[in-house]
Design a protein around this ligand. Structure first.
Ligand code: UDP
Length: 350
């Protein structure tokens, strides 16, 4: 049984590949490396001692996608490939609609044609509207506040329509909260290009000396210390959630949505403190103004995933920060320091 992993070279994708390989699944990774590095896959192969095929392709290339399905016995798909920067999506919405929606359409058409109807889809807690009750359960209304979130929301709706039209489809939609952390080995982790938008990569770059200080986006929210509260989940816990979802969709055809979060909220200042404990250095910060579109509090009600997938996040915030710090120290420039990428084909047996 081969699992196609689109966007498998990315942050969550590469950690999920490691978990799949460790569990004995055969995988094929399709990635255009637009915002990821083949080195992550080379390291996934090293960490697991497993070989797998890597195909460099863009999902919008219909010919290549169909070729992929015709040449391989694909059983199920985990679909990560997408652009994911909220701010960029507000500046350039068409780029997001084009890439995320068109790529997914081509993928789904090929799946349909080749009778591959099991899908785990990478969605996001950003699909929830601002009025959602906290903790947020799956039944809350969706109403994303930015183009990136709307691409996820539209794909969810497309998938639901597909399932209604043909119940042979089996689909798990996973709404991620805030993935952070890195593999225990320090070999794979989050490697944002340019200035990080997200809190943890930014803090890690301050700690390593790549940036002077963190700017906290507002301390006047109605929270315990005035800073924003989020549900930070370790990327390896998140990756394991995908394996549970894969088991679930393989069993019997379903269309279900699951929150993947810890169910606990931490403020920005609490995260800064946890990171300081992990790295043993002060993290200089200043208080800035609120970031447009940010909500005060967002954390998951993760009971559905616990009850139906038998999955729950296990790793606590201090360990998440320790793992990020290990990755950051071992790879101060992320994967960028690696010149030789041609070796990935050899290492992965592509
Ligand atoms: N945040 C911050 N400074 C930064 C980046 C983020 O204060 O440089 C805050 C942000 O306002 C939010 C929290 O950290 O309260 C998490 O932000 P992130 O962008 O990581 O996730 P999201 O807001 O998308 O949940």
């Amino acid at each position: 049984m081969t699992i196609l992993v689109t966007g498998g070279a990315g942050y969550i994708g590469s950690h999920t590949c490691v978990e799949l390989l460790n569990k004995g699944y055969d995988i094929i990774v399709a990635d255009n490396f637009s915002n990821s590095h083949p080195e992550s896959l080379k390291r996934a192969a090293e960490l697991t001692g497993r070989l797998f095929r890597v195909v460099q392709l863009d999902l919008q290339d219909k010919c290549q996608v169909e070729e992929l399905f015709s040449e391989n016995e694909i059983e199920s798909v985990i679909h990560f490939a997408a652009f994911k920067a909220v701010g960029e999506s507000m500046k350039n919405p068409l780029k997001y609609y084009q890439n995320n929606l068109a790529g997914t359409m081509v993928l789904l058409e090929a799946m349909d044609r080749f009778n591959v109807k099991k899908l785990v889809f990478s969605s996001s807690a950003t699909v929830y509207g601002k009025e959602a009750d906290i903790p947020i359960a799956e039944k809350e209304e969706i109403g994303a506040a930015n183009p990136y979130g709307r691409t996820k929301q539209m794909i969810e709706e497309m998938l639901n329509d597909l399932f209604q039209s043909d119940p042979k489809w089996s689909i798990a939609v996973l709404r991620y909260f805030n993935p952070i952390g890195a593999h225990k080995s320090g070999r794979i982790g989050e490697d944002p290009s340019g200035i990080p938008n997200n809190l943890l990569p930014y803090i890690a770059q301050v700690a390593i000396g790549r940036r002077d200080q963190l700017i906290i986006h507002g301390d006047d929210y109605e929270t315990k210390d005035g800073t924003g509260i989020r549900d930070y989940i370790h990327v390896v816990d998140l990756a394991k959630g995908h394996l549970k979802a894969l088991e679930k969709i393989s069993y019997t055809p379903i269309y279900e949505t699951y929150n993947l979060g810890t169910g606990k909220g931490y403020s920005v200042l609490e995260v800064v403190e946890a990171f300081q404990r992990a790295c043993g250095r002060p993290i200089p910060y200043t208080i800035g103004t609120r970031r447009a579109g940010d909500s005060a509090v967002c954390y998951a009600d993760a009971t559905k995933a616990k009850n139906e997938l038998n999955w729950a996040a296990a790793i606590e915030i201090d360990e998440m920060c320790e793992d990020i710090w290990r990755w950051q120290q071992q790879n101060p420039e992320g994967y960028a320091s690696v010149e030789e990428t041609a070796g990935v084909k050899e290492a992965t047996g592509a």
